[in-house]
Design a protein around this ligand. Structure first.
Ligand code: 1GP
Length: 267
């Protein structure tokens, strides 16, 4: 079976960035401690209404495959936009999603997170005929749970060139996207790092971790982020204000990003 033609979600995202500028992704953690599938679906509906462009489903501490399946099924019943798995490990692969970020934590000091888990997941992805989008995952200080669990040799915040060298190497290896991660709920990526990476890459740059305000979002767009991911802010606010404050941040992203002209080619 040739899966190379199966690139609908990737193609959709590239076309959308080229047409509209910076996109916003909402991260949902399918974690029984945080929210059950019905609650995740309710939150997803509000995020879609607020203007988000896609959902990422995953987290560093997700261990229950059935729960991932059920959360994705519930969300897909409520929304039209793509639902993409953002796996914390091999146990997060689900055929229910539109695609999976086939990601490698390139600055891990443990090969298990660079190629080990991916090799184990590859058969399941092939058999499920799931669309995979290769993505290099780079974790910068402070790194939070993702950095700790992934044995990351965290990139120093004050040394953007180190992160950028890995981002560039990732593109040379053929990855389709690069994700700069500061870790959930902490200090966000320094804009200088986003700026340097964006100036060097010709593939989309995703940035996430610690985005909580319109100002954070605008800085990320101006620095050159093509996709901005938000997780904890959504968890904290979306059910309380029906997505109103999230909409303000997404509107800011769309406004700041509308002249952000890009011409990404499909890989
Ligand atoms: C974490 O980048 C994401 O993987 C989102 O981080 O929860 O801080 O928005 P936040």
């Amino acid at each position: 079976m040739d899966q190379s033609e199966n690139n609908g979600t990737y193609k959709h995202l590239i076309e959308k960035i080229n047409l509209e500028g910076t996109l916003h992704f909402s991260l949902m953690d399918p974690d029984p401690v945080r929210q059950r599938p019905s609650k995740a679906a309710k939150m997803a509906k509000l995020c879609e209404k607020a203007g988000t462009d896609a959902f990422l489903i995953g987290g560093s501490t997700v261990f229950d495959q059935t729960f991932v399946d059920k959360t994705i099924e519930a969300i897909k019943q409520e929304v039209e936009i793509p639902v993409i798995i953002f796996p914390g490990g091999v146990g997060n692969v689900s055929s229910k999603a539109d695609a999976i970020f086939f990601m490698s934590l390139l600055n891990s000091s443990n090969p298990h997170f660079i190629i080990g888990q991916q090799a184990l997941a590859s058969y399941t992805i092939k058999l499920a005929q799931l669309e995979y989008i290769s993505m290099a995952y780079l974790i910068i200080e402070p790194g939070a749970a993702a950095g700790w669990i992934g044995d990351a040799k965290l990139f120093p915040r004050a040394r953007p060139k180190l992160t950028a060298a890995y981002a560039l190497a990732a593109e040379m290896f053929g990855f389709k996207m690069v994700y700069l991660e500061a870790g959930s709920g902490g200090e966000s990526i320094p804009p200088e790092t986003i700026k340097l990476c964006s100036s060097l890459l010709s593939i989309p740059l995703i940035a996430g971790g610690g985005v909580q305000t319109k100002e954070d979002a605008r800085k990320f767009v101006k620095a050159g982020a093509d996709i901005i991911v938000m997780g904890s802010y959504i968890e904290k606010t979306v059910l309380k204000d029906n997505g109103a404050s999230l909409k303000e941040i997404i509107d800011e992203i769309k406004d700041a990003g509308k002249n952000h002209s890009k011409d990404f080619k499909l890989k």
